[in-house]
Design a protein around this ligand. Structure first.
Ligand code: MN
Length: 448
């Protein structure tokens, strides 16, 4: 039911690009995804025979907004935000069950060998083969509250990965607390759960919130969990593969470089170490990869939940904000918002609020509601025709920012707000067509 493989079966054939011949895993899946993107195609890749491995690889699952909407039962990308917020407000806690397919095969101790997993080398600059799709599940050593997050894992030996607990998120905080108690941090790495669990793991929710509860809210039913065999952590019963282990306390080793979402290789790392104590999996598992770097799927996975969350906060303060988009071209650094302006200065208020809500954003553009913020060319047209640089923009220098921005200096960056909304008393008329003419044209084209 709520599994990755069940979701894959619901996809129409045209949404899946199957590769039946043997395919090398070094660089080729990344190249395939990036070449497909140039053709504006975002199918799921299903690599039946990765060269040298005995397990199929699925990638590019999160590359398309329409598919992402379907993962949580939303009809369209536009309804995704609503469905997401409903889930955040109506979380459903998971249930622990006795057994699940993810433990059909259990390997522990000397039997552990992660070299068997079809892990890709994604970019030439990467230090090695990386898992970017793994959900790291752990518990707050002080409160017991669970956390789900993504952290890159560099394969180093049959039972050892380098890890970077980037952005100092909840898992990084958990490790600090474990270290104070003189313990390692127990962590399970979930590979290939139902996509809704993967989306929930990308959510930036409060530390007191268990992301499994959000996943339950998204699915409309509790996520079924099983207890790990060697650590005190619970994992989705229907997942494909789980690595059970520990992030070592007070232990650091080189990790990286790694091709990040900015499109650049980063040498920044918290240099942690994850040691695997057990591998459990289904019979004949599927390996889910997320192509990292500047790929659509990596950006969307990091973005869609944030978009819903930030959009909601914006609307709470300025109810006439209508839409928000983080465009692909700006990685996580640019944002476009539209608003139904009722007073001058509202666009600036919205832009300042957005900068306050999301430290990643360094350029934000406000437009009127006749502009589709998901259509970048329309946003640029609004800038071309409704914006004057000496009056309609402002710069806030030296604000805390994301350190992966290669142009940032010492962790601070400038924020640029652009008000490309028309003045309220504008006497300019946009060219238009009667709706009947548009309808006529559409039906002609559909017939043709
Ligand atoms: Mn959390």
């Amino acid at each position: 039911m709520t599994s990755l493989r069940a979701f894959l079966e619901t996809l129409p054939d045209r949404d899946v690009f199957r590769i039946r011949r043997p395919l090398p895993l070094d660089y080729v899946p990344t190249a395939l995804v990036l070449e497909l993107e140039k053709r504006e195609k975002h199918p799921v890749l299903y690599i039946e025979q990765p060269e040298g491995f005995d397990m199929p690889v699925v990638a590019n699952l999160f590359a398309d907004r329409r598919r992402i909407a379907r993962m949580i039962g939303a009809e369209s990308p536009a309804q995704f935000n609503e469905a997401w917020l409903h889930a955040e407000e109506n979380p459903i806690p998971p249930v622990v069950v006795e057994r699940g397919p993810v433990q059909e095969v259990v390997r522990t101790g000397e039997e552990v060998n992660v070299g068997w997993l079809p892990i890709s080398r994604h970019f030439q600059q990467d230090a090695g083969r990386y898992i970017g799709s793994g959900i790291l599940v752990c518990k707050d050593p002080d409160t017991g509250v669970r956390n789900l997050s993504y952290q890159r894992l560099q394969m180093k030996a049959r039972d050892r990965f380098g890890a970077s607990l980037h952005s100092r998120g909840h898992i990084w905080e958990h490790l600090q607390r474990a270290e104070v108690q003189g313990r390692n941090l127990e962590v399970a790495v979930v590979l290939g759960a139902h996509p809704a669990v993967h989306l929930a793991a990308a959510a930036k929710v409060a530390m007191e919130v268990d992301e499994y509860d959000i996943a339950g809210g998204l699915l409309g039913q509790p996520v079924e969990l099983v207890r790990c065999r060697t650590i005190d952590v619970e994992v989705p019963a229907n997942a494909e593969i789980v690595l059970e282990g520990e992030i070592l306390a007070h232990t650091h080793e080189d990790e990286g470089p790694f091709g990040e979402y900015t499109g650049y290789a980063t040498h920044r790392s918290t240099r942690n170490v994850f040691v695997v104590k057990a591998v459990t999996h289904r019979q004949a598992p599927i390996f889910l990869d997320v192509i990292p770097g500047y790929s659509n799927e990596h950006l969307l996975l990091g973005r869609v939940a944030k978009e819903a969350h930030v959009f909601q906060r914006l609307k709470e303060v300025i109810p006439n904000v209508r839409a928000l988009n983080y465009p692909r071209s700006g990685t996580h650094f640019h944002a476009y918002l539209s608003l139904e302006k009722t007073a001058e200065g509202q666009a600036r208020q919205a832009l300042m609020l957005l900068f306050g809500l999301d430290a990643y954003v360094k350029l934000a553009v406000a437009v009127d509601t006749d502009i589709d913020v998901f259509n970048e060319s329309e946003v640029l047209w609004a800038m071309a025709t409704r914006f004057q640089a000496d009056q309609d923009m402002f710069v806030v220098p030296k604000v805390f920012c994301n350190r992966l921005d290669p142009s940032a200096r010492e962790g601070v960056a400038a924020k640029l707000g652009i008000d490309a909304t028309a003045p309220l008393d504008w006497d300019v008329e946009r060219t238009s067509l009667p709706p009947e003419a548009i309808e006529r044209a559409r039906s002609l084209l559909d017939e043709g």
